[in-house]
Design a protein around this ligand. Structure first.
Ligand code: IMP
Length: 442
């Protein structure tokens, strides 16, 4: 039995979907443990592209058990749409399992998400995906949420839907908006969609314990990334769940000591969707080039992603906070043609801010407060790029397994600076554009 966590080391969009699909080849179950359909995971197999938001990426592998765990929030209408989409594409969904304990995103959560954003002043907006994620987790923490398992009890469900809708109408009123929501029609729609998803609902920790007792291998698939985590991230410009490896245990029901490996996915540069400080952001033609070449537009919202140099202060912090055993470096091919490349290895902060926080003026780990982060000046190492390398050259790399020295130097620099090995290198969307650099993962 091997249990592996896969999670993002940056601000999400690191290419986790593809690496999940690669690692899923050798496991029996893939489990999402947090987040909802704010995530967007793209998998390209044999020229076919699949975009998934809530069903774990492992579903593309035949016979794979694909589990939506306790820590997730599920929009049942989106889930049904995604299951229909997979079935239409001839992907087997009979092994999809949804936790009884996962919370349901209802229409009023979506409405409130949009409203809460719209009343915030410019510069204070989080830039959420408006999928209702925050309000649903708010209800969970306030202990008034509705869980998948409640679908089995129509009377209890009706009571919760009526209460939830009325509270949302009150909350909207306090934000100056009359929400035209009818609890009865929400309840009726929920019963209808519930009938088609309830067949997938199980007590998933029980199921996972059984799998482990039978020696099965499990992959826990994180969504978003370390710096969108509600505690570790750039609060308040974060999502409302815990995206770090520690929550893989809580959100799945697998005990922490049963986790053997933590794979951190790191993109060869940095991107961010939505608002918030971004020390290595490139607001110039290099940033534009990376955005274009890397197709850096959101899978969920299609918003352009902000792009910048690789920030190893972030990755180093991620490695430490998540007990990362292996890194998977993605999208290295996107940097072809850019020379020189800059890599941030530490931040300099002004003396007065350093004193305020009881720190030195050099930071090698990510700051705890946005005010401090906004004053951080990145310190860069300048490295040679692989500027003459074409897509055809990358295809040759696949055949002969030889990486150009300058690519290898970039890899070694990252490994040295963050103190973790890069075990997987991804240089394209396809499964075949992946190289095993050791570490026994693939
Ligand atoms: P929410 O998760 O929709 O509440 O959005 C909160 C913040 O997280 C926003 O800045 C979003 O852009 C960001 N976010 C949420 N999910 C993802 C993701 O999967 N990739 C990248 N950013 C995300």
């Amino acid at each position: 039995m091997v249990c592996t966590v896969l999670m993002g080391t940056q601000w999400g969009d690191e290419g986790k979907g593809k690496i999940t699909d690669i690692l899923a080849e050798n496991v029996d179950a893939v489990v999402r443990y947090q987040g909802g359909n704010n995530a967007g995971h793209t998998i390209v197999v044999g020229g076919r592209t699949f975009k998934l938001h809530i069903v774990p990426s492992g579903v593309i592998r035949e016979k794979m058990m694909a589990v939506i765990g306790d820590g997730c929030v599920v929009d049942p209408w989106i889930l049904k749409k995604e299951l229909d989409y997979l079935q239409d594409a001839n992907i087997f969904t009979g092994n999809v399992v949804i936790s009884d304990r996962a919370h349901l995103i209802l229409p009023y959560h979506r409405e409130l998400d949009g409203l809460q954003e719209s009343v915030k002043a410019e510069g204070k907006k989080v830039g959420t995906t408006r999928r209702g994620i925050g309000p649903c987790y708010e209800d969970k923490a306030a202990r008034v949420g509705i869980r998948v398992g409640d679908l089995r009890y129509p009377d209890l469900l009706r009571e919760k839907v009526v209460n939830g809708t009325n509270s949302a109408i009150l909350a909207a009123g306090s934000l100056g908006t009359d929400l035209d929501l009818d609890p009865d029609s929400i309840y009726n729609d929920l019963i209808e969609v519930g009938n088609s998803i309830l067949q997938y609902a199980r007590d998933t920790p029980l199921l996972l314990t059984g799998l482990m007792e039978n020696g099965k291998d499990i992959l826990l698939e994180g969504a978003q990334g370390t710096f969108l985590d509600i505690d570790r991230g750039t609060y308040p410009f974060v999502t409302s769940s815990s995206c770090t490896a520690g929550y893989a245990s809580a959100g799945s029901g697998i005990g922490p000591l049963d986790i053997d490996k933590v794979v951190g996915v790191v993109k060869a540069y940095t991107t961010r969707v939505g608002e918030g400080p971004f020390p290595t952001e490139l607001k110039n033609n290099i940033g534009d080039m990376i955005q274009k070449r890397g197709h850096e537009f959101g899978t969920t919202t299609e918003r352009p992603r902000r792009c910048g140099w690789l920030d190893l202060v972030m990755v180093r912090s991620s490695v430490a906070w998540n007990s990362i055993t292996d890194l998977a470096l993605t999208k290295i091919d996107v940097l072809s043609g850019i020379d020189p490349l800059m890599v941030c290895t530490e931040y300099r902060i002004p003396q007065d801010e350093a004193e305020l926080h009881g720190l030195g003026t050099t930071m090698r780990y990510f700051p705890s407060h946005l005010e401090l982060l906004s004053k951080a000046i990145p310190v860069y190492i300048k490295v040679h790029g692989w500027k003459d390398m074409t897509d055809d050259d990358w295809d040759l790399v696949r055949d002969d397994g030889n990486l150009p020295k300058r690519v290898m130097d970039y890899i070694r620099l990252i490994e040295r600076e963050v103190n973790a090995n890069i075990s997987i290198l991804s240089y394209g969307k396809g499964r075949e554009q992946t190289m095993d650099l050791g570490g026994d993962l693939i």
